[in-house]
Design a protein around this ligand. Structure first.
Ligand code: PMP
Length: 358
């Protein structure tokens, strides 16, 4: 008789609730920060040709050399920096944590933040240190420096602009954290396409800085491609933790092709930013709703009876994200992804109906 799962599976994993992806069939889907636009038909036809002619019997290029050349150019990765590609950027959160997971090691994150940092820390056996942001979602620099001094974290993640709050942190404040850190500081720039600032050009200034990007929010969430840039001194070791064929051949070839048409992605990001401004303005005019300014492709807002409003929207066919009770700073908060003009109007209509019905 084999033993029971309680005797075999680690306690902390049995205690975890996994990352839940709600069913969005038939809904206006504004819960996951996806780009709502499709690629133009000519580009889709080019992708179809790639799929037809690719040798699927062969393993992909483990080093993704050609794709990296394109990524360096498009993302303006400094010549002196190395680059790795991942199966989404969430894979790097895992490889980085595994790389530093000595007994007793910890990871420091400014909270509220992307929920996967805590989850991945749990299953990698790394202690999670969440340092709260101030109530206005800016960095409490004294709090962070005190936590850094106390815990000496080998790894710090800073999301820039932050998810789920949407704001960019002050650049000089972040620089102070990087300078005070005893180990690696990763700037997670998942929402870079919608923000005006980046730490990529500053890789040369800080030997312990890594910059992480993803193509997911740019319009290629289904491909799963993450990018990690920084000094070879770190990345040569992180690369050993990466599984050899983590980025499949179709992802490599299709990403390379789409990135040759950067103008298409840039136009879509511009459309999303324009809609973000309209959505913010309309939300501000709904009584009882307080949207927070965003440099990302989503807007966090506080509303009376958030959970009821979330359920009311769902009944009306609109799926957003309920963050109430996920973190004390997010009490009564919901997060909506910026969609197409039509999707945003449907969301706003449903929200007004829900508020009026309540
Ligand atoms: N970092 C942040 C801050 C995110 O919000 C997300 C996705 N929501 C990710 C990383 C992971 O993105 P992906 O794995 O699709 O690259």
């Amino acid at each position: 008789m084999p033993k029971a799962p309680e005797d075999i599976i680690r306690d902390e994993i049995r205690a975890m609730s996994g990352y839940r992806v709600p069913d969005a069939t038939g809904m206006v889907k504004l819960d996951a920060m996806e780009n709502p636009y499709h690629l133009p038909p000519e580009l889709q036809a080019e992708i179809a040709r790639i799929v037809e002619t690719t040798a699927l019997n062969r393993y992909p290029d483990s080093g993704a050399a050609r794709l990296k050349v394109r990524l360096r150019e498009v993302m303006e990765i400094p010549a002196g920096a190395d680059v790795l590609v991942g199966n989404g950027s969430d894979e790097f959160i895992q490889t980085l944590m595994l790389s530093v997971a000595r007994p007793g090691a910890c990871v420091l994150v400014l909270e509220p933040s992307f929920i996967m940092f805590r989850l991945i820390a749990t299953f990698c056996g790394v202690r999670f240190i969440g340092v709260p942001l101030k109530p206005d979602f800016t960095v409490d620099i004294e709090g962070v420096l005190a936590a850094v001094a106390e815990h000496q974290p080998p790894l710090i993640f800073i999301v820039f602009p932050n998810n789920p709050t949407g704001n960019l942190f002050d650049v000089e404040t972040i620089a102070r954290i990087i300078e005070a850190a005893p180990g690696i500081v990763v700037l997670d720039e998942a929402y870079h396409a919608f923000a005006g600032q980046s730490f990529m050009p500053r890789l040369q200034d800080f030997p312990n800085l890594l910059v992480m990007r993803t193509l997911s929010k740019l319009g290629l969430a289904g491909l799963r491609l993450g990018v990690l840039a920084g000094a070879r001194a770190w990345l040569q070791h992180v690369d050993k933790v990466r599984l050899p064929y983590n980025v499949n051949v179709l992802t490599q070839l299709i990403a390379e092709k789409v990135l040759q048409h950067q103008d298409v992605l840039a136009r879509q990001a511009a459309a999303i930013k324009a809609e973000r401004a309209r959505l913010f303005d309309e939300l501000e005019h709904i009584p009882g709703v307080r949207p927070f300014p965003s440099d990302a492709n989503f807007i966090l807002f506080r509303i009376v009876g958030a959970s009821e409003v979330f359920a009311g929207l769902k009944r009306r066919g609109v799926l957003i994200k309920n963050l109430h009770e996920t973190h004390p700073a997010l009490a009564h908060c919901l997060r909506v992804t910026v969609g197409t003009p039509d999707e945003n109007s449907r969301f706003l209509g449903a929200l007004k109906e829900t508020v009026n019905a309540g």
